[in-house]
Design a protein around this ligand. Structure first.
Ligand SMILES: Cc1cc2nc3c(=O)[nH]c(=O)nc-3n(C[C@H](O)[C@H](O)[C@H](O)COP(=O)(O)O)c2cc1C
Length: 191
């Protein structure tokens, strides 16, 4: 199939509030001491709650960790293999759990070999990050962490699937970095 997208793309209008938010959201790896209001964090979770999912299955649950002592114990669970030292500065941690999907998406996945719940949960995580960015809050999705340790700290049943956690807090540095992304010419085929 031939791509009709030119190597140099024409300028794309990025001036809408949403497109600006897409550019502003970035993974934050340095948080300030400023506390984050409970209401601000609830808006982050609300955005995740409104995310789409296969057959509206909503295969997620959220645990918002705000108690400083618990944040202090859970954040280091993402400091694996010598990375993610910045997590000790996080003011809150949002755990995104994957729960069993409804029957319809499970049947669809059996036919098509897709695991929709994983994608659904990823979409919810991204919605949470956008809601954080919209409120000036920094966020960083963490995928590699000590899941058994978090289950132990929060006394969660062993079958609890924690897909991601999101570190949250106000950024120390609000400068927006240039995005390192493949170009549309590499990613997009129009037919
Ligand atoms: C599933 C997932 C896991 C990630 N894990 C980490 C992580 O452990 N540490 C980290 O600093 N960033 C992590 N990130 C953030 C990515 O590195 C980041 O999204 C990517 O480099 C693009 O940069 P941006 O988010 O600033 O646009 C993760 C992102 C995703 C989606």
């Amino acid at each position: 199939m031939q791509t009709t997208v030119p190597a140099v793309m024409p300028a794309i209008d990025r001036t809408s509030p949403f497109m600006e938010l897409c550019g502003q959201r970035q993974s934050c790896r340095s948080f300030s001491d400023q506390p984050v209001a409970h209401e601000t964090l609830l808006r982050v979770v609300e955005a995740a709650r409104l995310a789409p999912s296969a057959c509206n299955s909503q295969p997620w649950r959220f645990i918002l960790v705000e108690t400083p002592e618990l944040v202090e114990r859970i954040a280091p669970c993402g400091q694996v293999m010598g990375i993610n030292g910045f997590l000790k500065e996080a003011k809150s941690i949002l755990l995104i759990l994957e729960t069993p999907a409804k029957l319809a998406p499970v049947i669809a996945s059996l036919i098509d070999g897709q695991h929709f719940a994983k994608g659904d949960v990823g979409g919810a995580a991204l919605a949470a990050c956008f809601a954080a960015a919209e409120q000036g809050l920094g966020s960083c999705i963490i995928g590699l962490f000590d899941r058994p340790k978090i289950r132990e700290i929060l006394e969660l049943p062993p079958e609890t699937k924690i897909d991601y956690f999101i570190a949250l807090g106000y950024p120390k540095n609000i400068a927006v970095r240039a995005k390192s992304r493949k170009g549309l010419d590499e990613l997009l085929t129009t037919v």
